[in-house]
Ligand binder design. Structure first.
Ligand SMILES: [Zn+2]
Length: 114
């Protein structure tokens, strides 16, 4: 695990609002980082300290990526990669999971990638 992300500005992590709660539940995600440094966390995950210790660090890696690549470029490539490789094999996710959370969501086995 690690190293922890070094950030110029820390995100505010909160239980998801109604819109994002619906989205996260509908698509089976745990959290979504807003470009303005607010992370919406699904409300059944937010009280789970055992998961949150990993999730917060994982999301911080995404902000490190945004600081490095720029907000617009990060979002463009993030959606492009997700479309092309799927969520888990998106290179931004592979890098973030390699540092935090791979034990919670391992990479799919070779030959079963989409
Ligand atoms: Zn991620």
């Amino acid at each position: 695990m690690g190293p922890p992300a070094y950030l110029r500005r820390e995100p505010f992590v909160r239980p998801a609002n109604r819109l994002w709660q619906w989205f996260l539940t509908r698509y089976g995600f745990w959290a979504i980082p807003m470009p303005w440094r607010v992370v919406h966390v699904r409300r059944d995950i937010f009280p789970r300290e055992d998961l949150m210790v990993w999730l917060v660090q994982h999301e911080r890696v995404h902000y490190e990526q945004m600081e490095r690549d720029g907000l617009l470029r990060w979002h463009f490539w993030y959606f492009w990669y997700t479309w092309k490789f799927g969520y888990r094999m998106n290179p931004y996710e592979r890098m973030a999971y390699n540092r935090y959370g791979a034990h919670l969501y391992p990479e799919p086995a070779l030959g079963h990638r989409r």
